[in-house]
Write a protein that binds this ligand. Sequence first.
Ligand SMILES: Cc1cc2nc3c(=O)[nH]c(=O)nc-3n(C[C@H](O)[C@H](O)[C@H](O)COP(=O)(O)O)c2cc1C
Length: 228
Amino acid sequence: MKYQLTKHFLIGLCSLLGMNSCRANTNNAEENNTNIEMNTEQKSSQSDLGEDTKKLVVFFSHTGENYNVGYIKKGNTHIIADMIADATGADIFEIVPEKSYPADYNECIELAKQELQKNTRPAIKDDVPIEDYDIVFIGYPNWWGNPPMCVYTFIEKHNWTDKTVIPFITHEGSGMGGTDRKIATACKGANTLTEKGLVIQGKVAQENQVSAQKSVMSWLNNLGIKTK
Ligand SMILES: Cc1cc2nc3c(=O)[nH]c(=O)nc-3n(C[C@H](O)[C@H](O)[C@H](O)COP(=O)(O)O)c2cc1C
């Protein structure tokens, strides 16, 4: 089963993105983590990330069968979203599509690919007034090198002027893959912290939460965001 998933995933992913981009994206993830280390000295100049800011964590995450982790009850990105909200005291909101994505991995990747190719905006349930917040963390899994389309549905419902947007992503090899720049383009008028987003492997989030928690805390501290 694992071999089949791995083979299917790699063939599909690399045919959509191209082999080189698979390799390049992995490097980006490593560079991104290095950037976090290198940016430690910059944090004092980021006054807009200070204590008095109102913070919100928005995320999409998929449960059911997933690559490299089997059937999961709580999605990888959901685990990281909870860690960020707990550490910062931020409010939290989950983007839930009106029509759930299939639990079956192969069906899910097929649907996600179709949505990406057609640039669809799947309807979502509920909403949160992001206009009330200063900092919005946006989290999602890397799906075919992109944020899932329902994340754009959420973003396009809102006015992002003057918000600080901080992306975080879970993945299984492609890292951030430039999705932070896509989020920046979608969140018109926001100050999106591209190159400073958090990148965590889904398997680590799911199965090594001590390590994932350390990465989250170190990332927040390096950004200059106060933690509990
Ligand atoms: C539809 C789909 C597409 C995916 N595409 C990629 C990809 O292009 N690159 C990658 O590294 N991981 C990919 N993955 C793996 C997920 O990014 C990874 O398992 C992530 O941690 C899932 O997070 P979640 O549990 O919050 O949904 C994909 C998974 C699915 C279901």
